[in-house]
Design a protein around this ligand. Structure first.
Ligand SMILES: [Zn+2]
Length: 312
């Protein structure tokens, strides 16, 4: 009975995956794999256990070849356990300090929205502002409400966004989870006031560690719900597609940064780059050993590098 149930669940999961045959942002069919091998990842129930990473040749977005259907993604965030709160750091993180400075410069009663506000951690430190949030997890949203954040709804839709305009919208560690990034950003930027800003903090593909590790980078392989990844070229696409006045992309440190740890990670990534199945040395027997196929996973456990931000 148990085995039959498991099989049924497996089939159901398979049925609820969407194969990406076009770019989830610009919808171009001109897409190419980043590497020619499957990457195994820690599966999180609804997410596939292996993937290939694809690149849109038109807008340069990187994305996984399979997404769960949107309803399943929402269900996943609804069910996240608040007791296992990865974001409950005692101290302000480097990117939060930078955002605090921007929020402090806003006039009193300025209207701000934090998309994916979780428990209201970012905006709870700024009570002089009119604070709004979007949060799919009901427990997190209830805590945000207690902290004075008015939660508009679980997701960005024309309904949840209507009737409000904002001086600043923040979207921290959300972009990489979106199955339809261009549509969501369009809905948000429509609600910006004149000179209003949207600030997106997410991982980027145009940095050395990602260029070396490519589809095996920890940001993709360790976190199954990271689905899309941007870069500077994609930011330009946003500007053109959504007729934005200006865009700016800059690298920042996301987590506390240790220079020696970063150097060590780069050294390992160089080894991985020359040993991986796409390298010019792939014919050497040593690189055919199974350990190299698992190396991507091992290096992910050993090193967690800094992230980056894109400001629009
Ligand atoms: Zn595209």
């Amino acid at each position: 009975m148990h085995i039959l149930d498991t099989e049924r669940v497996k089939t159901k999961i398979f049925m609820e995956l969407l194969i990406n045959d076009k770019c989830p942002a610009c919808k171009s069919h001109n897409i190419m794999p980043i590497d020619d091998f499957d990457v195994h990842q820690l599966s999180n129930g609804i997410f596939p256990s292996k993937y290939r990473l694809l690149e849109c040749q038109k807008c340069k977005l990187w994305f996984k070849d399979k997404f769960p259907i949107e309803a399943k993604v929402h269900q996943h965030y609804n069910n996240l356990d608040l007791e296992n709160d990865l974001w409950n750091y005692e101290k302000r993180l480097p990117h939060e300090k930078k955002l605090d400075k921007i929020l402090k410069r806003l006039p009193s009663k300025a209207k701000v929205l934090d998309v994916g506000c979780w428990t209201g951690r970012l905006l709870s430190a700024h009570p002089r502002l009119e604070r709004f949030g979007i949060e799919p997890n009901p427990d997190a949203a209830a805590l945000a409400l207690e902290r004075g954040i008015h939660v508009l709804g679980p997701t960005v839709t024309s309904e949840t966004m209507s009737g409000n305009t904002f001086d600043l919208v923040t979207m921290i560690d959300v972009f990489e989870h979106l199955t339809n990034p261009l549509d969501i950003i369009k809905l948000i930027t429509r609600q910006l006031r004149p000179n209003g800003k949207l600030i997106i903090v997410t991982g980027r593909t145009n940095c050395l560690p990602v260029r070396l590790a490519r589809s095996t980078y920890w940001y993709f392989s360790i976190v199954p719900d990271h689905l899309v990844f941007l870069n500077k070229k994609f930011v330009k696409t946003l500007k053109n597609r959504l007729s934005l006045k200006s865009v700016n992309a800059e690298g920042i440190i996301h987590y506390p940064f240790l220079f020696t740890k970063h150097l060590r990670e780069l050294a390992w990534l160089f080894i991985w780059r020359f040993g991986n199945p796409n390298s010019p040395f792939k014919r050497l027997r040593v690189f055919k050993l199974g350990i190299f196929k698992r190396f991507a996973y091992l290096k992910d456990i050993l090193f967690v590098p800094p992230g980056a931000t894109i400001t629009i």
